[in-house]
Design a protein around this ligand. Structure first.
Ligand code: DQA
Length: 145
């Protein structure tokens, strides 16, 4: 089983970006813990981060060829991107939306997700652990499909 892990805009700055909200771990730290979990689960991961909506969409489209699911933190595009939502919907792969922060406890513009209606589910508020919960949920969903 192979999963695409997608990180949206500004997540390349994790570690120094608003640590009070997003924690001290870098994106590479998060990817390392996902790699560790993938060994335990016995699945393969492909990682991609971009600040560009188009690149994220191209990568979602390419996942259709060789991946069984998508773990995605769309970052700020969560709240604005009908194009990312449509790409996820078009490829039809199971996807799980994750966020480090609890978007529902924050500014009202973060309460709406364009992505949630096309994802299996959303996990937010657990810091980097949201990603690990998300991968477990995605793996379990695909395994039992
Ligand atoms: C985020 C939450 C978004 O609202 C924000 O724009 C981000 C990060 C999170 O992981 O908590 O960039 O997706």
């Amino acid at each position: 089983m192979k999963f695409m892990v997608l990180h949206g805009p500004n997540l390349n700055l994790l570690g120094t970006r608003e640590p009070g909200i997003y924690g001290n771990q870098t994106l590479e730290d998060i990817n390392d813990s996902l790699r560790e979990l993938s060994v335990e689960l016995g699945c393969e991961l492909v990682f991609f981060q971009s600040n560009s909506e188009g690149e994220l969409i191209d990568t979602i489209q390419s996942a259709a060829q060789n991946c069984h699911g998508i773990l995605i933190n769309p970052a700020a595009y969560t709240h604005t991107s009908i194009a990312i939502r449509d790409a996820l919907s078009a490829v039809g792969l199971p996807s799980v939306e994750v966020h480090l922060s609890n978007i529902h406890h924050r500014e009202t513009f973060r309460h709406t997700s364009m992505i949630a209606p096309v994802a299996i589910g959303q996990i937010c508020g657990f810091g980097s652990y949201s990603y690990l919960l998300g991968l477990r949920a995605l793996f379990n969903f695909v395994k039992n499909k």
